[in-house]
Design a protein around this ligand. Structure first.
Ligand code: UD1
Length: 371
């Protein structure tokens, strides 16, 4: 059987934990599909990229496109140009592309490949927040429109795709590949006891992550959020690793000085440290998609500071509560949880640590069969 190169795209932090198990499963499968990891360089810092390669034992990429930061259009355009240049050196009949998640790299690489008639598979297809103010929502809609194979992580994804008129033949329910990495790494993560390094006790702190433009780009809103964190810190210590976007906004608005002493501010954390801190928290407050998923699987109460979620399985089956995007709505939920009233959650269908095997089986069925 003729070989086919499969370009597996990763660009930003949340992509790395998704590509790691897919890459391993493709390598284990052998066969005619040859994985080629592409790092677009959307994220590039040690703490936003390299640490994940090390901790998740991801081999160095086949190619690093070195794109870096930029406005939405500039970053997307640069990724498209660089990825197209790579694809143009390949035989389109012997190439395929796998993209994961919803970051700018996901959409840019899907578009570049689709226009060269190179087949594209999208891992985490069909998720919708129905909020076009989120750059990720545009990325999701566009990627699903041009991808050939839509690999769905939860029931809502399939329902959304059906509602958009996508035929069943393009979809496969494969489950959530993030949970493969969580399952594989949990023991190592727990052994880091990351909470102890921040001077807090197990189940006795709140873990906070915030980086969405809708929460941090507006100085007044960010100030109100800091006010809420300060209020939480009167009851329990808060561990708050600060994303570079949030760091920049804190600086621009001169807000660092308003952060109370009970808030332990850190640099962005590695995968193991962050997972350990989610696992041992009393509660999590976040606007991250991945942390909504991790806390649900670990049974830790999660408050999501957003008006919506594209991951409703975490609310329906898991421990996630959508607070809304008004920071004033947070404290009543925090008090409830601290008084012992909280969602317990249960298992989420196909979030079982075996999604990568199903993803690779779907790729083999589609792409080996076509020869
Ligand atoms: C991106 C994704 C978002 C994801 C998030 C996780 C898009 C549209 N957004 O948002 O979905 O949840 O990653 O982190 O793709 N920066 C650094 N070092 C880095 C990377 C970025 O300092 O390694 C700074 C730069 O100042 C940059 C800013 O962070 O301008 C934002 O980076 P960018 O990739 O544009 O978006 P994120 O907010 O990280």
């Amino acid at each position: 059987m003729a070989e086919r190169e499969v370009f597996l795209v990763a660009g930003a932090r949340p992509n790395f934990m998704k590509v790691a198990p897919i890459l391993r499963a493709m390598e284990a499968a052998g066969g005619s599909l040859q994985p080629r990891l592409v790092h677009t360089g959307q994220h590039y810092d040690e703490g936003m990229s390299d640490v994940f390669f090390r901790q998740l034992r991801i081999p160095p990429p086949f190619i690093h496109l070195g794109i870096g930061s930029g406005t939405q259009a500039a970053q997307t355009a640069k990724i498209m140009m660089a990825f197209e240049e790579l694809l143009l050196t390949r035989d389109p009949k012997r190439a395929a592309v796998v993209v994961v998640g919803d970051v700018n790299s996901t959409m840019a690489c899907s578009l570049a490949a689709a226009k060269l008639r190179i087949p594209v598979a999208h891992v985490e297809a069909g998720l919708r927040s129905f909020d076009r103010a989120m750059p990720e929502e545009i990325n999701r809609v566009v990627t699903d429109a041009v991808a050939d194979l839509l690999l769905v992580s939860e029931e809502s994804g399939a329902a959304n795709l059906r509602a958009e008129g996508i035929p069943e033949s393009r979809m496969r329910m494969v489950g959530n590949v993030m949970i493969d990495t969580l399952t594989a790494e949990l023991e190592t993560a727990r052994a880091t006891k990351a909470w102890s390094k921040h001077g807090v006790r197990e189940r006795n702190y709140v873990y906070v992550t915030l980086h969405r433009p809708s929460n941090v780009d507006d100085g007044d809103k960010l100030r109100r959020i800091i006010g809420v964190l300060n209020e939480i810190a009167e009851s329990l210590p808060v561990v708050f690793p600060v994303h570079p976007r949030t760091q920049a906004r804190l600086k621009e608005n001169d807000l660092a000085k308003e952060i109370a002493k009970g808030i332990i501010v850190t640099e962005p954390l590695g995968y193991h440290e962050s997972l350990s801190l989610v696992d041992s928290a009393r509660l999590v407050l976040t606007d991250s998609g991945g942390i909504q998923e991790e806390s649900s699987v670990l049974g830790v109460p999660c408050l999501t500071l957003r008006a919506n979620t594209e991951r409703p399985a975490t609310v329906v089956h898991g421990t996630n509560t959508i607070v809304g995007d008004d920071p004033d709505a947070v404290m009543p939920h925090v008090r409830e949880i601290l008084s012992g009233r909280m969602k317990k959650g249960g298992p989420i269908p196909m979030w079982d640590g075996r999604a990568a095997g199903r993803i690779v089986a779907a790729l083999v069925e589609e792409w080996e069969a076509r020869g």
